[in-house]
Ligand binder design. Sequence first.
Ligand SMILES: [Zn+2]
Length: 455
Amino acid sequence: MRLRCPSCGRIYSSLIPPKCSCGEPLDVTYDYESINTSRWGRREKGVWRYRELLPDVHEIISLHEGGTPLLHARFGDNLGLNVFIKDETRNPTGSFRDRLITVAVSYGLPHARNGFVVASNGNAAASLAAYAARAGREAYTIVPKLIEGSKLAQIVAFGAKVIRYGESVDEGISYAEGLAEGRDLYNVTPESNIVGLEGQKTIAFELWEELNPTHVVVPTGSGSNLYSIYKGFNELLRIGVIEEIPKLIAVQAERCSPIASEVLGVEPKAKPTRALALYVKDPFMKGLAVKAVEESGGTAVLVGEDELDLGEKLLAGEGVFAEYASSVVVPALMELADSGYFERDDRIALIVTSCGLKGMGAEGRERFTVGGTKLDILRLLSERSMYGYEIWEALEKALKYQAVYQHLRELESLGFIAESRREGRRVYYRLTERGRRFLEAFSLQRKGFKASLKS
Ligand SMILES: [Zn+2]
């Protein structure tokens, strides 16, 4: 594949940045007249089934990515809607990023004698680690300081090098570009090289084959998935097999909302969210993602931190364990359904991008679940065992008594506290070993943080 800038004529062959150095956006295109989609159905399922609409490669590095199941969501029936879950957790490393990486690694292989590099907030890094291992090449992953321990474990298990840089993924992107240049690595970061997005767009092809959806609900961090899905449907439109692009719905966390806020015309936020994979403060692809939503006639939804658990539980009730960053699609669906956004015969696809096991580990979910009040409760219980009302009084906070009980229940379900004894109606709680370790680890982390501020 050779790509020529439509404006200045500059030719790109190994890396394809989102924009030409002249400022013109670059887009990988094909000879759409010659595409015969009836061939696809005769091939094995997966990303490479659609090879006419993928870059030419000498060798395919594959772990059988794509071809993921589309499950009927029973919670949709309760809303009177036809809802389906596109279960991307079934990809080889547990996320949709395998679609990107199989294409980027296969295409980049001749340029990656010294290895590959990616800046990622976790899933693309874990995926690159696996595919580089499969290709027998080194992988360098630039990941932010806020990353789930389980994603790190996955990256390390595949033998990739880990460089922790910046608080969110934003800072890592230019670092990866520098490293790629300095060490002659092939950079698969989508913000620097859009070739892998060609793989991600195959979600759209599969959705068309299986459902021909009217609406696609997409968890949105960097915006690259949203843009890829849009590009996929746009190509189906150009080939002439669909008449209309489904409405694309961008879902972001209220706490970090650069893309959704632009669509909705509200003030954006850029704070850390428990849906860590959606923590992208200043997405490079914001413009393309917003354009994708607007040109499809779709919309955006903001999801609160307190709705993440509900999303996770409802998906789990369907047999799908999703990370928080994917679970946002469920509260988003419910909000739109409540507001009467959908018609009865719409066909709605929820993209569940990544597996819940990835959101685990001391640095991930627990740290973000256990904040302010819960920590105070743990500290109180580390002194002595106490009962609910006593804890409520000791907290001296403008907090309802019921809220304290809710915190206690959650701490108990995390295994951080346990019932120690009962006196009449009073239930006394104590800190468990696990709770003690967590509190210690947290205090150490805080000390380390303070020390690093001083130095
Ligand atoms: Zn140009």
